[in-house]
Design a protein around this ligand. Structure first.
Ligand SMILES: Cc1ncc(COP(=O)(O)O)c(C=O)c1O
Length: 401
């Protein structure tokens, strides 16, 4: 007699990326020379986690009663208003936004899947995607369907997107699209304006036919070249559809473990907006009840206190420069090698295409270089590799592919 119901009876025990990281750490502890490009967190060149001291200080100074008390179910309203202001700035979306606090961006993605699709339906995303999309969908008895992400010229495959969007809309009568842009994980790609325009037009067309939700997963937004330009392409979709954002405090505030995030949802129709807000609050109560009060309080003060805000921005600018140095070093070292990868001008990861990723990974692991294999590719987390090691990393990739 199985204690677990069939669908949970044979779950994989460990996230594969965390398992690979553990393997790299073990080798390092034995004294081997290791380049660990698996970790999805920004590390200083000495391998320690990069933090924003002002944010940590704000966290430490949360009053005891604030830290110990329950936060409002949908989140601290001042925190949410500050996030909406930071994210949406002067965009018209800001006037038509509702929101709920979530444990990281993951919580926002979870709420989108459970709130905006029916059981058994699929979310639509690109063929390269962050693995937990599938885990979250499966956990909620939903699926992921994908469209080919890159053309031969390694641009965003707009035609494949349009076709998949159409098929998805016809098949299930509603769509939920996840777009992880800018600084897509795992490829590092950010769409061009022309690609965004085509994506916008396709989503507007679809929103005139079936209920359409686009979820902009902006987990890496703070590290993008342009942090607001993409908003203009989302604005017209909110006329009839729903434009959502999964905002995360993990990368931009370096608060990975504090689990602070928000789902922002924008649509023009006021009545529907109210219904969305109620559905999100209900989903909060039905899952985690309420979020981390301390982290919300710290982030809120970092946004609303002008002195703290300026200090956070300055400290973040140092981290952006740290990562940008690695991105430049990667592109410079990869020029003239046989590495093939999409345009990469910022973000935690880049993906190099590989004919036999498993074989390449074994060769790399034998040399003490750890990356994450995916379909036809290897994900390289430059966020965790010191600039001085980037040249050796590229050489190893070039020799092992
Ligand atoms: C693409 C993407 N989306 C969302 C997240 C969510 O992160 P968190 O839940 O820590 O905010 C991550 C984290 O690695 C990510 O890579």
């Amino acid at each position: 007699m199985k204690l677990l119901p069939e669908r949970n009876a044979d779950r994989p025990g460990n996230d594969p990326i965390f398992a690979l990281n553990a393997q790299a750490q073990e080798r390092k502890a034995k004294g081997d020379a290791v380049i660990n490009a698996t970790v999805g967190a920004l590390l200083e060149d000495d391998g320690t986690l990069a933090v924003l001291p002002t944010v940590i200080e704000a966290l430490r100074s949360v009053p005891a009663t604030k830290a110990a008390g329950y936060a409002p179910i949908a989140g601290d309203p001042t925190f949410l208003e500050a996030v909406r202001k930071d994210l949406l700035g002067a965009s018209s979306l800001r006037d038509i936004a509702v929101s709920a606090a979530t444990p990281g961006g993951t919580g926002a993605l979870r709420h989108a899947i459970s709130t905006f699709t029916e059981r058994g339906q699929s979310i639509l995303t690109s063929s390269f995607y962050w693995g937990p999309y599938a885990t979250i969908a499966d956990e909620h008895e939903r699926k992921v369907s994908t469209f080919n992400m890159f053309t031969e010229a390694r641009g965003f495959d707009v035609a494949a997107f349009e076709k998949a969007l159409d098929d998805n809309a016809k098949a299930q009568g509603r769509v939920l699209v996840f777009l992880n842009d800018p600084c897509h994980n795992p490829t590092g790609y950010s769409m061009t304006s022309a690609e965004w325009e085509a994506v916008r037009d396709a989503l507007v067309r679809t929103s005139e036919k079936v209920p359409t939700t686009v979820m902009a997963d902006v987990a890496y937004l703070a590290f993008a070249r342009d942090t607001t330009g993409f908003l203009q392409y989302l604005e017209p979709i909110a006329d009839k559809g729903l434009v959502c954002f999964a905002w995360s405090g993990s990368k931009g505030f370096g608060l990975y473990g504090q689990r602070v995030g928000a789902l922002i949802a924008c649509t023009k129709d006021e009545a529907q907006r109210g219904a969305v807000q109620r559905a999100l609050s209900y989903a909060c109560r039905g899952t985690w009840s309420n979020c981390n009060a301390s982290a919300m309080d710290a982030v809120k003060r970092c946004f609303t206190d002008a002195t703290l805000d300026a200090k956070v921005r300055e400290e973040r600018a140092r981290l952006i420069a740290l990562l940008d140095g690695r991105v430049r070093a990667f592109n410079a070292a990869a020029a003239g090698t046989k590495l093939v990868y999409p345009r990469y001008d910022g973000g935690f990861f880049v993906t190099v295409f590989a004919k036999d990723p498993k074989a390449s990974m074994e060769k790399l692991t034998a040399r003490g270089v750890f990356v994450v294999p995916g379909p036809g590719s290897l994900r390289v987390a430059l966020c965790s590799v010191a600039e001085r090691d980037v040249g050796a990393l590229v050489t190893a990739l070039d020799e092992c592919l």
